[in-house]
Design a protein around this ligand. Structure first.
Ligand code: FMN
Length: 220
């Protein structure tokens, strides 16, 4: 098994954490790796609100349906997506030009114009836009963390409006997901039965035309 496959196969959503804190250095290492995730036009719309203070984690738990692991984990992270595609467009497109990824200023300006156009999309489309890339960063974060021995749990069980209000999140950001992070309690990261139950490849792949199967063989 490659090391990557091992990370894939042994990462699991962990609810029980020990008391070991997560220091800035470890977090920065993990977040720098998470930021290697791909994004549309490399616009990197993700931001991460990292909560380690008990009071803040408790406040988050109150808008996360009282899920205990929010306060048990060393850190609870609010994964935010910037809904403005143009937010970082200028430096990113300039770097494409400087790196020779695009041939000249005209192409840079045309790309910038295109991105400005995307920024005019209706709110609902911009929410989808930011969620695509931001969710990839969230997944990358979870793999990067586990590679460092830091367990995680992604969470959609939260009240987005409550998160926005509690933490004064500015209007242009979508709370995409919560992620708890911490060192796992003894046995909490064990993969039961040595495997993870998933729908098999022959059920989820559709070659050439999409013909959804009505029934699943999951668990058989
Ligand atoms: C988008 C998303 C939302 C989730 N929401 C929650 C949640 O609110 N609370 C929770 O305890 N786990 C949550 N999970 C964890 C899933 O239950 C878990 O990923 C799934 O059962 C597969 O298990 P594994 O992550 O251990 O492989 C969520 C996972 C994803 C991807």
């Amino acid at each position: 098994m490659t090391e990557f496959e091992e990370v894939l196969r042994t990462r699991k959503s962990v609810h029980d954490y020990n008391d070991e804190p997560l220091d800035d250095e470890t977090l920065e290492e993990i977040f720098n790796r998470a930021a290697l995730a791909p994004s549309g036009y490399n616009l990197q719309p993700w931001e991460f609100l990292v909560l380690r203070d008990d009071e803040n984690k408790q406040a988050l738990r109150e808008v996360a349906y009282d899920q205990e692991h929010v306060t048990d984990a060393a850190a609870a992270v609010v994964v935010l997506g910037n809904k403005d595609p143009a937010a970082h467009a200028e430096p990113v497109m300039q770097s494409w030009l400087d790196d020779g990824h695009i041939p000249n200023e005209d192409v840079r300006d045309a790309l910038l114009e295109n991105i400005e156009g995307m920024a005019e999309m209706p709110e609902q489309e911009r929410r989808v836009w930011t969620t695509r890339s931001t969710a990839l960063a969230a997944m990358t974060l979870m793999f990067a963390a586990w590679d460092e021995g830091v367990a995680t749990c992604p969470m959609e069980g939260f009240d987005a409006e409550g998160v926005v209000e509690t933490f004064d999140v500015p209007e242009g950001y979508e709370p995409v997901m919560l992620i708890t992070m911490g060192y796992p309690a003894d046995g909490a990261a064990a993969i039961e039965n040595g495997r993870k139950e998933r729908r098999p490849a022959d059920e989820i792949i559709h070659y050439e035309e999409f013909d959804p199967v009505g029934e699943t063989t999951f668990g058989e």
